[in-house]
Ligand binder design. Structure first.
Ligand code: BDR
Ligand code: CA
Length: 312
């Protein structure tokens, strides 16, 4: 079967790490590059974390360093969830690969420029690199098939009552991406808070018995600490956000979604960084986003399990 060509832009991050494992273990993707965004931790740390995970899983892929900070705002990080390193918990190998000498934006441009086919971008962190790319290389926009991202939400936020971290961290970048005209799939908190990983799932990952399974389980043990104390309504589950953006590309029928018009609030006093989803098309505006809001959780866990089983 023809593999789906993608470029991943991430900020590992525990759930980003499992997203990478799903993408590389699935055998469904032709992964052209991994680029890193500053988000869960500083650019220095998310880049190093990406290199560590790719080393662990034996992935051969060019890695590009992204922006140090959001377009116009100061960097905010999510160390309250991901810890001091951004990947606290497991012991991970020292990277045996280096990042490329050119930036994420230049790397994406080179890949798209020389590609005969359109490529899907999969951002699972703040959208700074993607927005900068769109600003710098508008003529390459048509080479993007779709953007399948984790971020935003219809009915809730996790940084403010309505804003989700990836969008809140760089709202101007997100605004630009949603306005770009590129088709978007948005896996926001509505779906990712149903993409739960429970302790029994973590133990199943551990029993795979390879080093990726052990690391995935250790990562989820640490990640769950935040959710068990701060999201008690999830009954011990941790919201495994980022792999949804990959899983939707693999098996979209595992999800429920609706085509909607989505805009990003950048000027609100209470709502900056909110994805404003016109779920009932009350504005009559043309849909720009496939908004994903539900998932078959058991299938999701199985997909992750199968992918991680194929890794070293
Ligand atoms: C998003 O924020 C980050 O902390 C996670 O990696 C995920 O991408 C969830 O709001
Ligand atoms: Ca992330």
């Amino acid at each position: 079967m023809k593999k789906i060509p993608i470029i991943i832009d991430c900020d590992p991050g525990h759930d980003d790490a499992l997203m990478l494992m799903l993408a590389f273990g699935s055998e469904k993707f032709d992964i052209k590059a991994v680029t890193t965004s500053a988000g869960n931790q500083t650019q220095e740390k998310t880049l190093n974390n990406a290199l560590k995970i790719l080393t662990l899983i034996g992935a051969k892929v060019p890695v590009y360093r992204g922006a140090e900070k959001p377009l116009f705002r100061n960097l905010i990080i999510a160390d309250h969830v991901h810890g001091e390193t951004g990947l606290d918990g497991p012991s991970l190998p020292k990277p045996n690969i280096n990042s490329e000498s050119i930036s994420a934006v230049e790397g994406i441009a080179q890949i798209l420029q020389s590609s005969k086919e359109k490529i899907i971008l999969v951002p699972t962190g703040p959208l700074t690199n993607i927005a900068t790319f769109l600003l710098a290389y508008p003529h390459l926009k048509d080479k993007i098939e779709r953007i399948s991202l984790m971020g935003g939400g219809i009915f809730r936020g996790n940084m403010t009552p309505l804003a989700e971290f990836n969008i809140f961290a760089d709202p101007e970048a997100a605004h630009l991406v949603f306005k770009s005209g590129v088709p978007i799939t948005m896996c926001g908190l509505d779906v990712t808070h149903k993409a739960l990983v429970f302790q029994k799932d973590i133990e199943l990952l551990r029993t795979i018995g390879n080093k990726s399974g052990t690391a995935a389980a250790d990562l989820m043990d640490f990640f769950s600490i935040f959710y068990r104390s701060n999201r008690t309504e999830l009954d011990g589950g941790a919201a495994l956000h980022d792999p949804c953006a990959i899983a939707w590309l693999m098996e979209p029928d595992m999800f429920k979604s609706k085509s909607c018009f989505v805009d990003v609030e950048i000027n609100g006093t209470l709502t900056t960084g909110t994805t404003v989803v016109d779920f009932y098309n009350v504005t009559g505006k043309e849909a720009n986003t496939e908004v994903v809001y539900d998932i078959d959780r058991e299938r999701y866990i199985q997909l992750l399990h199968d992918a991680i089983s194929r890794l070293p």
